[in-house]
Design a protein around this ligand. Structure first.
Ligand code: NAD
Length: 398
C-alpha cells in the first residue's frame, strides 16, 4: 500500500525497451538524440555484439565513435580517456554496450561532459547524494548482463587505483534516458558470470527490501525481483539458451535495480566493494559469498521482512517452529547459491591472497566498508569488529 505520507522522488529510466529483439529499438532512440554517439564497451562484449549496435546507429545516420577500453570494475582513467574521446570527436550522445562496467563508464563520461571534473570530486563522500549538478548528455544503455541494474539506477561505481578503493557517485542526473533489455544478448554470458551477476541482482533486491530506507514502491519491485530471480536464475544457469529464463532474470534484475536505487543497498554491498577494489574479486561472487552470513547477522532486526524473503525463496517451513526467519532466509539464499555452484569460501575461487596477506587488508577493508555508508542502511548496524569478523568468515573454513 502506498501511504499518503510517503512523499518520495522515484527515479526510473526515461524509456525501457524489453524483450527478445529489443536491441532493434536502438536506432530509433539514437536518431532522436543526436548525430555522433560515443559507443562504450569492453573489448570482449564489443566482439560479441558490437556489430548489432553499429548497424543500428549507421542505419539512422548516427556516426559511431567506438571506445572499447572499458575494464571490468572501471577506473578513473577509463572514464577520463573515454571522455577525452567524446570531446575530441564532438560526440553528442552516449551508447553503452555491456553490463555495469560499460554503463558506469558511460555515466562517468556524461558527468564530465557537462560538469567540471575531476570525476573523484563527485563521490558521495565529497559531493554528497545528488552530487552531480548539471544534467548529462543523452545516454542509451544496451544491457548485456543480468545484472547490476545500472541501466536503471542513479549510481556510478568507480575504481580508484591510486587508493585501491571503489567510490560511489549518486545523482538522478545519471539515470539513463533509455534502457534496452534484450535477453538474447545475455545468451553469450558464460555460466560463471550468469551466476555472479544473477546473485548480484538477488542481493540488490534483498538489500533494498530490508534497508532502513525501504518503503512501498521499492518493496514492490524487490518482491517481484526475488520471485523472478529465484525461479529462473537456476534454469538460465543450467541452460544458457533458455530465452524465457534469461528474460525472466533480466526483468528481475531490472526490478532489483529499480528497488535499490529508490531505497538503498546495505551491508553486503558495503563489504563487497572493498573486496573488488583491493582483491579484484568479481562483484557478484563477493556478494554471493557474503550474503548468507549477512542475512544470518541481520535478520533479528527485521524478522518479518526476512520471513517474507524465506517464503519467496521457498525456504519457509510453517511446521517447524524451531527455525527462525534468519535460519530460513539464510537457507533459501544458500540453496539458491548451491544450485549455481556458488558456495564455499574465497579461497575456493581462483587467485586469492594467503591468509596472512588477507589479514593485512581486513582492517582497511572494514574501514572502507564503514566509510561507504552502506552498512548504515542495514537493519542491524554492525560495528567495525563485526565487519572484520564477516570478512574472516568468508575467507576459509578455519
Ligand atoms: P561487467 O560489466 O563488469 O562484465 C563482466 C564481464 O563479462 C566483462 O568481461 C564483460 O566483457 C563480460 N560480458 C558482459 N556481458 C557479456 C555477455 N552478454 N556475453 C559475454 N560476456 C559478457 O559485469 P557487471 O556485473 O554487469 O558489472 C559490474 C560492475 O558494475 C562493477 O564495477 C560493479 O561495482 C558495478 N555496479 C554498478 C551498479 C550501479 O548501479 N551503477 C550496481 C551494481 C554494480
Amino acid at each position: 500500500t502506498v501511504l499518503a505520507s510517503e512523499t518520495r522522488t522515484v527515479v526510473s529510466p526515461g524509456r525501457i525497451e524489453l524483450g527478445a529483439g529489443a536491441v532493434e529499438a536502438l536506432g530509433g532512440h539514437a536518431a532522436r538524440y543526436g548525430n555522433t554517439a560515443l559507443v562504450v564497451a569492453t573489448e570482449q562484449i564489443f566482439e560479441f555484439h558490437g556489430d548489432r549496435v553499429i548497424d543500428q546507429l549507421e542505419t539512422v545516420g548516427v556516426d559511431p565513435v567506438v571506445y572499447t577500453d572499458v575494464r571490468p570494475d572501471p577506473t578513473v582513467e577509463n572514464i577520463e580517456s573515454a571522455h577525452a574521446r567524446y570531446e575530441r570527436e564532438d560526440c553528442d550522445m552516449i551508447v553503452t554496450l555491456g553490463g555495469g562496467s560499460s554503463i558506469d563508464t558511460g555515466k562517468g563520461v556524461g558527468i564530465l561532459a557537462t560538469n567540471e571534473g575531476p570525476i573523484r570530486e563527485f563521490g558521495v563522500d565529497r559531493a554528497g547524494y545528488e552530487g552531480v549538478p548539471n544534467p548529462t548528455p543523452p545516454l542509451v544503455a544496451v544491457n548485456t548482463t543480468a545484472g547490476t541494474g545500472s541501466e536503471a539506477t542513479r549510481s556510478v561505481v568507480v575504481s580508484d587505483e591510486s587508493t585501491s578503493t571503489k567510490f560511489l557517485i549518486v545523482s538522478a542526473n545519471v539515470v539513463p534516458d533509455v534502457a534496452i533489455e534484450d535477453p538474447v544478448l545475455t545468451q553469450s554470458l558464460p555460466k560463471s558470470h550468469t551466476a555472479f551477476t544473477g546473485i548480484d541482482a538477488l542481493t540488490h533486491a534483498i538489500e533494498a527490501y530490508v534497508s532502513v530506507k525501504s518503503y512501498s514502491v521499492p518493496d514492490g519491485y524487490a518482491e517481484e525481483a526475488m520471485e523472478r530471480i529465484a525461479r529462473s536464475l537456476p534454469v538460465a544457469w543450467a541452460n544458457g539458451d533458455n530465452l524465457d529464463a534469461r528474460a525472466d532474470v533480466m526483468v528481475g534484475q531490472l526490478q532489483a535495480g529499480q528497488a535499490f536505487t529508490n531505497a538503498s543497498v546495505a551491508l553486503v554491498h558495503g563489504l563487497a566493494r572493498p573486496l573488488g577494489a583491493q582483491l579484484h574479486i568479481p562483484h557478484g561472487l563477493a556478494n554471493g559469498l557474503i550474503l548468507p552470513y549477512v542475512v544470518d547477522f541481520s535478520a533479528m532486526a527485521a524478522p518479518e521482512k526476512y520471513a517474507e524473503i524465506a517464503r519467496i525463496l521457498d525456504a519457509a517451513d510453517a511446521d517447524d517452529s524451531t527455525r527462525t526467519a534468519a535460519d530460513a532466509a539464510a537457507d533459501g539464499v544458500l540453496d539458491l547459491c548451491a544450485d549455481l555452484d556458488l558456495t564455499g569460501y574465497l579461497d575456493d575461487f581462483g587467485e586469492v591472497p594467503t591468509r596472512e596477506e588477507y589479514l593485512d587488508v581486513v582492517d582497511e577493508m572494514a574501514q572502507d566498508a564503514i566509510d561507504s555508508g552502506s552498512p548504515e542502511n542495514n537493519p542491524r548496524k554492525p560495528t567495525r569488529d563485526e565487519i572484520a569478523d564477516l570478512y574472516l568468515t568468508i575467507y576459509d573454513d578455519a
